[in-house]
Design a protein around this ligand. Sequence first.
Ligand SMILES: [Zn+2]
Length: 277
Amino acid sequence: MNCKICGSNKIKKFKVISQFDLLKCKDCKVIFLNDFEKFLSSESLYNENYFERYLYENSVELNSVKSTAKYYLNYINHYFGKVNSVLDVGAGFGLFVKAFRELGLKAEGIEISRYSVDVAKQKFGIELFNGELKEYYSNQKFDLICFYHSFEHLPDPLSNLNLAVNLLNENGIIWLALPNLMSLDRFVNGDKWNGWSLPYHLFHYSPKSIKRLLMNFNFRKIKIQKSFLNPLKLIKTKNGAVNLTESSANFSLLKEIIRKPATFFFSGQNMNIFAQK
Ligand SMILES: [Zn+2]
Protein backbone atom coordinates (compact mmCIF):
# COMPACT_ATOMS: atom_id res chain seq x y z
CA MET A 1 0.00 0.00 0.00
CA ASN A 2 1.21 3.48 -0.84
CA CYS A 3 0.39 6.75 0.88
CA LYS A 4 -2.06 8.76 -1.23
CA ILE A 5 -0.46 11.98 -0.08
CA CYS A 6 3.27 11.43 -0.58
CA GLY A 7 3.53 8.02 -2.28
CA SER A 8 5.61 6.43 0.48
CA ASN A 9 5.14 2.72 1.21
CA LYS A 10 6.12 3.14 4.86
CA ILE A 11 2.67 2.69 6.36
CA LYS A 12 2.13 1.61 9.96
CA LYS A 13 -0.80 0.95 12.22
CA PHE A 14 -1.82 4.03 14.18
CA LYS A 15 -4.74 3.09 16.40
CA VAL A 16 -8.32 1.88 16.46
CA ILE A 17 -10.98 4.44 17.39
CA SER A 18 -14.52 3.11 17.90
CA GLN A 19 -13.85 0.12 15.67
CA PHE A 20 -12.31 2.20 12.90
CA ASP A 21 -8.81 1.19 11.97
CA LEU A 22 -6.45 4.13 11.40
CA LEU A 23 -3.11 3.95 9.61
CA LYS A 24 -0.24 6.43 9.53
CA CYS A 25 2.30 7.28 6.87
CA LYS A 26 5.77 7.31 8.40
CA ASP A 27 7.01 9.86 5.88
CA CYS A 28 4.40 12.62 5.62
CA LYS A 29 2.67 11.66 8.90
CA VAL A 30 -0.83 11.78 7.44
CA ILE A 31 -3.30 9.52 9.25
CA PHE A 32 -6.00 7.78 7.24
CA LEU A 33 -8.85 5.36 7.59
CA ASN A 34 -7.86 1.84 6.56
CA ASP A 35 -9.80 0.27 3.70
CA PHE A 36 -12.09 3.28 3.44
CA GLU A 37 -13.52 2.21 0.08
CA LYS A 38 -16.02 0.05 1.91
CA PHE A 39 -17.59 3.13 3.54
CA LEU A 40 -17.81 5.11 0.36
CA SER A 41 -21.22 4.54 -1.04
CA SER A 42 -21.89 8.27 -0.87
CA GLU A 43 -25.65 8.00 -1.20
CA SER A 44 -25.94 6.01 1.97
CA LEU A 45 -23.09 7.82 3.76
CA TYR A 46 -24.35 11.37 3.17
CA ASN A 47 -28.07 10.88 3.66
CA GLU A 48 -30.60 12.81 5.66
CA ASN A 49 -29.31 11.46 8.97
CA TYR A 50 -25.85 12.78 8.30
CA PHE A 51 -27.07 16.27 7.48
CA GLU A 52 -29.67 16.48 10.21
CA ARG A 53 -27.13 17.76 12.70
CA TYR A 54 -26.30 20.67 10.41
CA LEU A 55 -29.86 21.85 9.97
CA TYR A 56 -30.05 24.64 12.52
CA GLU A 57 -32.31 27.61 12.69
CA ASN A 58 -31.91 29.02 9.16
CA SER A 59 -31.42 32.72 9.75
CA VAL A 60 -29.08 32.27 12.70
CA GLU A 61 -26.96 29.84 10.75
CA LEU A 62 -26.88 32.04 7.64
CA ASN A 63 -25.66 34.98 9.73
CA SER A 64 -22.82 32.99 11.20
CA VAL A 65 -21.84 31.57 7.78
CA LYS A 66 -21.97 35.08 6.38
CA SER A 67 -19.67 36.45 9.06
CA THR A 68 -17.25 33.56 8.48
CA ALA A 69 -17.31 34.23 4.72
CA LYS A 70 -16.75 37.93 5.34
CA TYR A 71 -13.86 37.30 7.70
CA TYR A 72 -12.04 35.05 5.22
CA LEU A 73 -12.69 37.34 2.27
CA ASN A 74 -11.01 40.08 4.30
CA TYR A 75 -8.18 37.72 5.14
CA ILE A 76 -7.71 36.75 1.49
CA ASN A 77 -7.96 40.35 0.40
CA HIS A 78 -5.23 41.29 2.86
CA TYR A 79 -2.77 38.53 1.99
CA PHE A 80 -3.55 37.66 -1.63
CA GLY A 81 -5.72 40.30 -3.26
CA LYS A 82 -9.35 40.71 -4.19
CA VAL A 83 -11.49 37.80 -5.43
CA ASN A 84 -14.70 38.19 -7.44
CA SER A 85 -15.83 34.64 -8.09
CA VAL A 86 -15.92 31.53 -5.95
CA LEU A 87 -16.71 27.84 -6.30
CA ASP A 88 -17.67 26.00 -3.12
CA VAL A 89 -16.90 22.27 -3.27
CA GLY A 90 -18.95 20.31 -0.76
CA ALA A 91 -21.47 23.13 -0.50
CA GLY A 92 -23.88 21.38 1.87
CA PHE A 93 -27.10 23.40 2.01
CA GLY A 94 -25.57 26.17 -0.09
CA LEU A 95 -25.27 28.65 2.77
CA PHE A 96 -21.75 29.70 1.81
CA VAL A 97 -22.87 30.18 -1.80
CA LYS A 98 -25.76 32.32 -0.55
CA ALA A 99 -23.48 34.28 1.79
CA PHE A 100 -20.89 34.91 -0.94
CA ARG A 101 -23.59 36.13 -3.31
CA GLU A 102 -24.98 38.46 -0.68
CA LEU A 103 -21.45 39.79 -0.24
CA GLY A 104 -21.34 40.64 -3.95
CA LEU A 105 -19.40 37.71 -5.41
CA LYS A 106 -20.31 35.40 -8.25
CA ALA A 107 -20.68 32.06 -6.47
CA GLU A 108 -21.44 28.48 -7.48
CA GLY A 109 -21.49 25.27 -5.45
CA ILE A 110 -21.01 21.54 -5.88
CA GLU A 111 -22.52 18.99 -3.54
CA ILE A 112 -22.45 15.19 -3.67
CA SER A 113 -25.56 14.61 -1.57
CA ARG A 114 -28.89 14.66 -3.42
CA TYR A 115 -30.68 15.30 -0.13
CA SER A 116 -28.56 18.34 0.60
CA VAL A 117 -28.98 19.75 -2.91
CA ASP A 118 -32.77 19.48 -2.53
CA VAL A 119 -32.72 21.29 0.83
CA ALA A 120 -30.51 24.02 -0.67
CA LYS A 121 -33.06 24.61 -3.39
CA GLN A 122 -36.27 24.31 -1.38
CA LYS A 123 -35.19 26.01 1.79
CA PHE A 124 -32.61 28.53 0.67
CA GLY A 125 -33.37 29.00 -3.04
CA ILE A 126 -29.85 28.00 -4.06
CA GLU A 127 -29.20 25.75 -7.08
CA LEU A 128 -26.17 23.54 -6.57
CA PHE A 129 -24.53 21.11 -8.95
CA ASN A 130 -25.26 17.60 -7.67
CA GLY A 131 -22.16 15.46 -8.10
CA GLU A 132 -18.42 15.32 -7.67
CA LEU A 133 -15.85 17.81 -8.86
CA LYS A 134 -14.74 15.42 -11.62
CA GLU A 135 -18.27 15.49 -13.06
CA TYR A 136 -18.54 19.26 -12.96
CA TYR A 137 -18.14 21.23 -16.12
CA SER A 138 -17.92 24.99 -16.27
CA ASN A 139 -16.90 27.32 -19.05
CA GLN A 140 -15.93 29.91 -16.47
CA LYS A 141 -12.98 29.83 -14.11
CA PHE A 142 -12.88 31.03 -10.53
CA ASP A 143 -10.75 33.34 -8.38
CA LEU A 144 -11.35 31.20 -5.32
CA ILE A 145 -12.23 27.54 -4.86
CA CYS A 146 -13.05 26.52 -1.34
CA PHE A 147 -13.30 23.14 0.32
CA TYR A 148 -14.82 24.23 3.60
CA HIS A 149 -14.59 21.13 5.80
CA SER A 150 -15.08 18.88 2.79
CA PHE A 151 -11.54 18.05 1.68
CA GLU A 152 -10.94 15.58 4.53
CA HIS A 153 -13.94 13.59 3.23
CA LEU A 154 -12.42 13.03 -0.20
CA PRO A 155 -10.96 9.61 -1.06
CA ASP A 156 -8.75 11.07 -3.82
CA PRO A 157 -7.35 14.37 -2.53
CA LEU A 158 -4.63 14.68 -5.15
CA SER A 159 -6.90 14.37 -8.19
CA ASN A 160 -9.45 16.72 -6.64
CA LEU A 161 -6.78 19.34 -6.09
CA ASN A 162 -5.65 18.89 -9.65
CA LEU A 163 -9.18 19.45 -10.96
CA ALA A 164 -9.58 22.50 -8.74
CA VAL A 165 -6.30 24.04 -9.87
CA ASN A 166 -7.44 23.68 -13.50
CA LEU A 167 -10.63 25.57 -12.67
CA LEU A 168 -8.72 28.50 -11.16
CA ASN A 169 -8.01 31.79 -12.84
CA GLU A 170 -4.44 33.06 -12.96
CA ASN A 171 -3.52 34.02 -9.34
CA GLY A 172 -6.56 32.07 -8.16
CA ILE A 173 -6.65 30.63 -4.66
CA ILE A 174 -7.51 27.24 -3.19
CA TRP A 175 -8.92 27.47 0.33
CA LEU A 176 -9.05 24.35 2.50
CA ALA A 177 -10.64 24.42 5.96
CA LEU A 178 -9.63 21.28 7.85
CA PRO A 179 -9.39 19.87 11.35
CA ASN A 180 -5.79 20.22 12.51
CA LEU A 181 -4.34 16.90 13.63
CA MET A 182 -1.68 18.73 15.62
CA SER A 183 -4.07 21.00 17.49
CA LEU A 184 -4.28 21.18 21.25
CA ASP A 185 -7.91 20.09 20.91
CA ARG A 186 -6.88 16.74 19.57
CA PHE A 187 -4.43 16.06 22.40
CA VAL A 188 -6.87 17.24 25.06
CA ASN A 189 -9.81 15.23 23.71
CA GLY A 190 -8.02 12.08 22.56
CA ASP A 191 -10.37 9.61 20.88
CA LYS A 192 -13.33 11.93 21.48
CA TRP A 193 -11.84 14.64 19.29
CA ASN A 194 -14.46 15.97 16.86
CA GLY A 195 -11.92 16.08 14.07
CA TRP A 196 -11.85 12.28 13.85
CA SER A 197 -15.48 12.13 12.67
CA LEU A 198 -15.23 8.51 11.51
CA PRO A 199 -15.91 7.13 8.95
CA TYR A 200 -16.63 10.49 7.26
CA HIS A 201 -13.16 11.95 7.59
CA LEU A 202 -10.90 9.70 5.54
CA PHE A 203 -7.67 11.69 5.93
CA HIS A 204 -6.39 13.53 8.98
CA TYR A 205 -3.95 16.25 8.07
CA SER A 206 -1.36 18.12 10.04
CA PRO A 207 -0.02 21.45 8.76
CA LYS A 208 3.02 19.49 7.59
CA SER A 209 1.18 16.78 5.65
CA ILE A 210 -1.21 19.20 3.95
CA LYS A 211 1.77 21.31 2.91
CA ARG A 212 3.42 18.18 1.55
CA LEU A 213 0.33 17.50 -0.57
CA LEU A 214 0.24 21.05 -1.88
CA MET A 215 3.91 20.81 -2.88
CA ASN A 216 2.79 18.66 -5.82
CA PHE A 217 1.50 21.85 -7.42
CA ASN A 218 3.54 24.90 -8.16
CA PHE A 219 1.66 27.30 -5.94
CA ARG A 220 3.42 30.62 -5.65
CA LYS A 221 2.23 31.29 -2.13
CA ILE A 222 0.89 29.05 0.64
CA LYS A 223 -0.42 30.28 3.98
CA ILE A 224 -1.65 28.15 6.86
CA GLN A 225 -3.73 29.82 9.52
CA LYS A 226 -4.40 27.86 12.68
CA SER A 227 -7.32 28.81 14.86
CA PHE A 228 -6.20 29.82 18.29
CA LEU A 229 -7.35 29.85 21.85
CA ASN A 230 -10.08 32.29 22.61
CA PRO A 231 -11.33 31.59 26.12
CA LEU A 232 -14.68 33.20 25.35
CA LYS A 233 -15.49 30.50 22.86
CA LEU A 234 -14.72 27.31 24.69
CA ILE A 235 -17.41 25.03 23.36
CA LYS A 236 -18.47 21.77 24.89
CA THR A 237 -19.98 19.49 22.26
CA LYS A 238 -22.55 16.72 22.55
CA ASN A 239 -20.04 13.90 22.86
CA GLY A 240 -18.28 15.67 25.72
CA ALA A 241 -15.34 17.01 23.73
CA VAL A 242 -14.18 20.55 24.44
CA ASN A 243 -13.25 22.60 21.41
CA LEU A 244 -11.37 25.82 21.13
CA THR A 245 -13.00 27.84 18.42
CA GLU A 246 -12.75 31.53 17.74
CA SER A 247 -15.20 34.12 16.75
CA SER A 248 -14.52 35.03 13.15
CA ALA A 249 -16.62 38.16 12.83
CA ASN A 250 -13.79 40.61 12.41
CA PHE A 251 -10.48 40.41 10.68
CA SER A 252 -7.89 42.24 12.72
CA LEU A 253 -4.26 42.72 11.90
CA LEU A 254 -3.32 42.65 15.58
CA LYS A 255 -4.86 39.20 15.93
CA GLU A 256 -2.92 38.07 12.88
CA ILE A 257 0.34 39.25 14.45
CA ILE A 258 -0.34 37.43 17.71
CA ARG A 259 -1.60 34.31 15.94
CA LYS A 260 1.68 32.88 14.73
CA PRO A 261 3.62 32.71 18.01
CA ALA A 262 0.44 31.80 19.93
CA THR A 263 -0.48 28.89 17.68
CA PHE A 264 3.02 27.50 17.94
CA PHE A 265 2.03 26.36 21.43
CA PHE A 266 -1.70 25.89 21.24
CA SER A 267 -4.27 25.99 18.51
CA GLY A 268 -7.93 25.18 18.29
CA GLN A 269 -9.46 22.40 16.30
CA ASN A 270 -9.14 23.81 12.80
CA MET A 271 -6.76 25.23 10.28
CA ASN A 272 -7.33 27.15 7.09
CA ILE A 273 -4.94 26.72 4.22
CA PHE A 274 -4.65 29.13 1.32
CA ALA A 275 -2.63 28.30 -1.79
CA GLN A 276 -2.29 30.73 -4.68
CA LYS A 277 -1.70 29.66 -8.26
ZN1 LIG B 1 2.72 9.97 3.17
